[in-house]
Design a protein around this ligand. Sequence first.
Ligand code: BDR
Ligand code: CA
Length: 315
Amino acid sequence: TKKMILDLDTGVDDALALAYAIADPNIDLIGVVASYGNNLLEQTAKNSLQLLELLGQDVPVFKGLSHSSTTDHFTVMQVSKEIHGNNGIGDISLPEPRHQVQTKDGVDFIIEAAHQYSKDLIVVPTGPLTNLAAALHRDPQISRLIGNVTLMGGALTVEGNVSEVAEANINQDAEAANEVFTSQLPITMVGLDVTLRTLLTKKETQQWRNLGTPAGIAYAELTDFYIDAYYRLGIDKHGCAIHDPLAVGVAIDPSFVTTLALPMKVITSEHNYARTIGDKMRLNEPHPNVKVAINVNQERFVPVFMNHLTNLLAN
Ligand code: BDR
Ligand code: CA
């Protein structure tokens, strides 16, 4: 088993990624770091606590940073509320969390885990890369320690989802993303190239509802909100993309995707802000640190994801 840290901006697909990481016996989820993104930091941290309690798990939740270092505060985008609900988890209501977030800071938690577990540690960010960039700043050594960073973000061969070129997570903090991509961290980029091809429909969520458990019903409800939003906004007529779960899947089983090894950078100038693109100045480097997922075996991935979630939500 691999030690995993999830760095979540807990929205709906993050909630699905969280359940998947708990359900897969090959993953030892050692902690959840909260990021701003789909909602405010306070809210995403609360969502993770509530979901963990719903799923009967005792995984520590740490708070990361509340905004990018290029801004002094963060406000939730209207479209995020439309896709993930006002509370980030499809406007379902869950009991107030009994547990608190940890007092240790989320960025320090990543650094300490990197030293403790080094190559056995996988970090899976499914929100902005602000926390990971801050960890690199505080302790540059971690770029040589961490086994892999498998992140959901970016787009290389397809258009963006917040602009023609930008994907939402990268767009929240392109400066941080550029620091992460151009570091020595071994990275797998699970971007829109592949995540838009992994769809979940109401046929699947109905199976969870039919389980009749609180967790099954809650997960069916929050995912249906997201599927309805995809329909309303004309993103997809049948289902929703399970972006963040695919990053968890690839982290533990890279054979779900085929990748292209490239030195990558992120554009931080106003024109093409947050575009993820190959770095032509470094194309001759012998060992590019980023593997960009460009194809996915969705026929295999979606059923594997479903099996894990259905087993977990049944209890
Ligand atoms: C990404 O943006 C967020 O809204 C989702 O949770 C996902 O991580 C998709 O672009
Ligand atoms: Ca996310």
